[in-house]
Design a binder for this molecule. Structure first.
Ligand code: AHR
Length: 493
């Protein structure tokens, strides 16, 4: 491998380490919010959860959905709690109590050192509700909706900068599903109205719900044709699983993700040319993760309960490796992927789990996410690497080694992230890092486990990183031993 400080991809937008809290399952109720819990603060927010979110240094959190947002009346979640209605929640077929809403979530975000990425309902609602919501959140006062916020005890505006125009509007599971033309039109008109209220916002249009959708990528082309001047980002969503228990093929799925990103970039650039535009559309990968372990359990959940344990995947070690590789994929596309949200953050397909009235604990995927977020800020460099390759059921020429590197000029620090996907053998990488003259090795963090299916629980963190990785740095040559199936973080300073 050659790693040179002049082989730069782009500055990493820290928002690629974003996450997501939806009104779904125990993410909000029993997750971030549990009044009466010994760790809860005066608003009912669990301090132990906030501390874990702070450990992850999550820069932005998408809210309130997800599929949930497509049936949401945001007005139900503001004002005196005792007056808030209980509603049937159609996306997940539960009862929404509305005890947490826009203002509480803004408070929680502030306490967690993060920003809100707010989604508006373009399923059952439209321009008017979105325009009112941004007025409620972002205007200082003197109008009906901003004064209503003040009357609810929030004197200062929330100043939410990033807004999603609906969610997965191409999906037949979405309440208020639309064709690309229908969605493109409403997204454009909603964007116009929202920007007239606050011209400083950034807007994300819905791309396809996944690259497997029959309308992908024509959906992106049509939606962007309508919205190119009005929006700043197009969204991408993807979830992977190892349903077939084929780890080699499972770990290769970042090739699919890479291809997805490249196709969306090409589609954006095609519309840019078509419109003779100078503006470059960026990508918001605002839902990504592993999601499959909980699928069967979810089928057994009775409808119309409050905060049932939905989508509670218990992640194993191989999931952490794939999550690490997905993070590497974002860094490799740091020039166009400017936001990404690990879906989700607490209890629902999440790195952080809680017990009702009990402990909080870290899933396996917590660790690669934390390492990338904490050490992956700076300029994304392009490592030139020659890696041995393998073929799997769905992919050919899969590199055994995935790698990305981030150069933090300010701290004079370089961090190399690597996944070894080889199921049997360690691989030693020799890397020329001579452009980082005078740097030495700070640490080599490793996440490894003999058992790909090892999981963490509240009692046992059997998948946790250590810092005994085998690396040496001499005369500008870095030698790194990557254990079989391992996530590695090599830090130089
Ligand atoms: O993150 C879970 C769900 O996955 C979201 O609500 C939806 O947008 C996607 O289908």
């Amino acid at each position: 491998m050659i790693l040179d400080k002049s082989y730069q991809i782009a500055k990493v937008d820290e928002r690629i380490y974003g996450s997501f809290i939806e009104h779904l399952g125990r993410a909000v109720y029993g997750g971030i919010y549990e009044p009466g819990h010994p760790e809860s603060d005066e608003q009912g927010f669990r301090r132990d959860v906030i501390n874990l979110v702070k450990d992850l240094q999550v820069p932005i959190v998408r809210y309130p959905g997800g599929n949930f947002v497509s049936g949401y009346n945001w007005e139900d979640g503001v004002g005196p709690k005792e007056n808030r209605p209980r509603r049937t929640e159609l996306a997940w077929r539960t009862i929404e109590t509305n005890q947490v809403g826009t203002n509480e979530f803004a408070d929680w975000a502030r306490k967690s050192n993060t920003e809100v990425m707010m989604a508006v309902n373009l399923g059952t609602r439209g321009i008017e509700a979105a325009k009112n919501l941004i007025e409620y959140c972002n205007l200082s006062g003197g109008t009906y909706w901003s004064d209503l916020r003040k009357s609810h005890g929030y004197e200062k505006p929330h100043n939410i900068k990033t807004w999603c125009l609906g969610n997965e509007m191409d999906g037949d599971w979405q309440v208020g599903q639309k064709t690309a033309v229908e969605y493109g039109r409403i997204a454009r008109e909603t964007a116009k109205a929202m920007r007239l209220v606050d011209s400083s916002i950034e807007l994300v249009a819905c791309g396809s719900s996944g690259s497997g959708m029959p309308t992908f990528p024509e959906w992106e082309a049509t939606v962007l044709d309508h919205t190119y001047n009005e929006v700043d980002f197009i969204s991408l969503h993807t979830y992977y699983g190892n349903q077939e228990n084929d780890p080699a093929n499972y770990l290769a799925k970042t090739m699919d993700m890479d291809n997805f990103i490249k196709t969306v970039i090409s589609t954006c650039d095609y519309i840019k040319s078509k419109h003779r535009s100078k503006k470059t559309m960026n990508l918001s990968f605002d839902e990504w993760n592993v999601w499959y372990h909980s699928n069967d359990a979810d089928k057994r959940i009775e409808p119309w309960s409050i905060a049932p344990p939905q989508l509670e995947d218990h992640y194993n070690f191989e999931d952490a490796l794939l999550v690490g590789s997905m993070l590497i994929t974002f860094l490799q596309h740091a020039d166009r992927v400017k936001m990404a949200c690990l879906a989700q953050l607490v209890n629902v397909i999440a790195p952080i789990m809680t017990e009702n009235n009990g402990r909080s604990w870290k899933q396996t995927i917590f660790y690669p996410y934390m390492h990338a977020s904490v050490y992956g800020r700076g300029i994304s460099l392009k490592p030139i690497i020659s890696s041995p390759k393998y073929d799997s059921k769905d992919f050919t020429d899969v590199p055994y080694i995935d790698s990305a590197a981030v150069y933090n000029e300010e701290n004079e620090e370089v961090t190399i992230f690597m996944v070894n996907k080889n199921l049997d053998d360690a691989i030693t990488i020799t890397s020329d890092v001579r452009s980082f003259e005078g740097y030495s090795l700070i640490e080599h963090i490793v996440l490894e486990n003999d058992d790909l299916k090892a999981v963490n629980t509240a009692d046992n963190q059997s998948v946790a990183p250590h810092t005994n990785g085998t690396s040496t740095l001499q005369n500008g040559m870095l030698e790194v031993r990557l254990s079989r199936t391992s996530w590695n973080v090599i830090r130089l300073k």
